[in-house]
Design a protein around this ligand. Sequence first.
Ligand SMILES: CC(C)(COP(=O)(O)OP(=O)(O)OC[C@H]1O[C@@H](n2cnc3c(N)ncnc32)[C@H](O)[C@@H]1OP(=O)(O)O)[C@@H](O)C(=O)NCCC(=O)NCCS
Length: 152
Amino acid sequence: MKIRLGLARATEVPKLAAMARSLVEHGLPHTWDEQRLCRCLANSDYVALVARDGKRIAGFAVMEFLERRAHLALMAVDAAYQGHGVGRALLAWLEETARTAGTFLIHLEVRAGNVDARKFYERVGFIEAGRRRNYYAGGEDAVRMARDISVA
Ligand SMILES: CC(C)(COP(=O)(O)OP(=O)(O)OC[C@H]1O[C@@H](n2cnc3c(N)ncnc32)[C@H](O)[C@@H]1OP(=O)(O)O)[C@@H](O)C(=O)NCCC(=O)NCCS
């Protein structure tokens, strides 16, 4: 497995939307559809990063750069590639980009019931920063997590 990171291409959008739906939004309305991802690719406030294994997409992440912080909007690693450092590599690339842009705080929301993702984010340096009640359709809470990247 030789993973390479690069910016998402428009031709990859259908696959990314399918991954968002099955890996992140299962049981919820599909908000990360192709149109929304296309808008992100065209918007310079967003970076959509893809991890490729040859022609296969192993994982991807979408980060929005706000004025003083960055928001990790979406992140998914294909089940066949989970647990091999792909998620950590995607985040490391985005964090380096944020530092270069002078942005030192990253935050995100994760479904309260997504215990695996919460453990992953804790492992890579995020801490819980609050809860948003009924954030998701159907009433599931979001756990808000944040990471200060001013120190590498
Ligand atoms: C959560 C997710 C992005 C993690 O990506 P990944 O490539 O599997 O994670 P990595 O292999 O890079 O793991 C990085 C570290 O987190 C740890 N980790 C990952 N999943 C973990 C878990 N469920 N429990 C405890 N630790 C975990 C790893 O052991 C690793 O630690 P180490 O580098 O110190 O050994 C991926 O599993 C995924 O896409 N899940 C489904 C979609 C999802 O939940 N997305 C996030 C929604 S916001």
